[in-house]
Design a protein around this ligand. Sequence first.
Ligand SMILES: Cc1cc2nc3c(=O)[nH]c(=O)nc-3n(C[C@H](O)[C@H](O)[C@H](O)COP(=O)(O)O)c2cc1C
Length: 418
Amino acid sequence: MLGVTGGIAAYKSAILVRHLCNAGAEVQVVLTQGAAQFVTPVTLQALSGRPVRDDLWDPEAEAAMGHIELARWADLILVAPATAHFMAELAQGAAPDLLTTLCLASDAPVLLAPAMNQAMWRDAATQRNAATLAADGKRLIGPAEGEQACGDVGPGRMAEPEALLEAVQAAFLSPRLAALNVLVTAGPTREALDPVRFLSNHSSGKQGYAIAKAAAEAGARVTLVSGPCGLPAPANVECIEVTSALDMHEAVQARAAEQALVIGVAAVADYRPATQALQKIKKDSAGRGAAEPPAIALVENPDIIASVAALPNGPVVVGFAAETENALDNARRKRRRKGLDAIVVNDVSNPKIGFNSDHNAATLIWADGEVELAYQGKETLAASLIQHLANLFFPSSGEGAGAVAKPTPLSVARSGRS
Ligand SMILES: Cc1cc2nc3c(=O)[nH]c(=O)nc-3n(C[C@H](O)[C@H](O)[C@H](O)COP(=O)(O)O)c2cc1C
């Protein structure tokens, strides 16, 4: 449930609704009377696909105690922007309108994104209310500092919609893989021809790093085995840097037995040069004339993810498939051929997603179901994927360990157990 109150930042709530819907959430918008001065119900209804609620005294909705029904329906309540006035009401436990009543009547976690003039934020009453709300278990996100609509500069800007989406995702995810060992491979591999040249691919490592980060945020002990991609290791992740497919194979094999889950995101080279020249290959070396190009003989690399999947009593193994045609069919076959528990497929022929892009869209396929992970940022896709894997393969992990929300998937499975 997205509550919108009467601050100038209410115009950003339209973007927030879009982000939440793109991440697969069902969004019910609730407006205060003040919010309706800034953004129209029609806009938010069109974006969320659900009629906006704004009236506690709606006889039709309340025929069946609609506010209680809505309070029970919400898995999480985000109020963005949250005005000084709304925070004051909530801190008091006052319930003069629909949104405050819902917050009081719901057991769902409440996230607040305060947004107001810097002097209003710094006012002693607002600070007291913020402290009371935090002590009551409400989570405050922001406010951020910077230029304000009124021309002031200081704390009071609403956190950006992207940051709010991440906070929502994290609230659903945090404890789901608590204390499980998870290994993620990421990035490309480099297959040396000589001391200065190699064969490689366009993998940026971004998706693998985002998955390692999401798994760590979900409470797992994460090892990231990474090919060369120059990205900083995410917080709380042990990063092992490797270069070639053989290095990566060795690093993964050495750790596979102690993992609960292995996710192979790395774009591992299928082949490597059969020999590696000790010295730089010269244009005219080995009796060839400069006009005669050298032939490169290749040998097959070990299939890292398949060899983990073949381990007796091994971890749950999830592979990635970057396809350019017949993506779903090819991925279904690949999952079965390699003995994987699940596979994530993306169509890298689409220039909007995949290698080097910050966005991705994919389908997660397992033995008895499939779910689409809609076009979105690689970080939110990673968070959504980790949640699906937790639901599918570790359904009891982390329960009672401080979950802030019911573990409802943010995307709807087409079939299967999710
Ligand atoms: C143009 C305009 C902009 C406003 N912006 C904010 C704001 O950013 N934050 C805030 O706390 N109040 C702001 N207010 C004041 C609130 O709208 C007012 O306190 C109102 O009672 C809030 O009602 P609500 O919290 O029920 O939505 C603004 C008022 C006006 C007229």
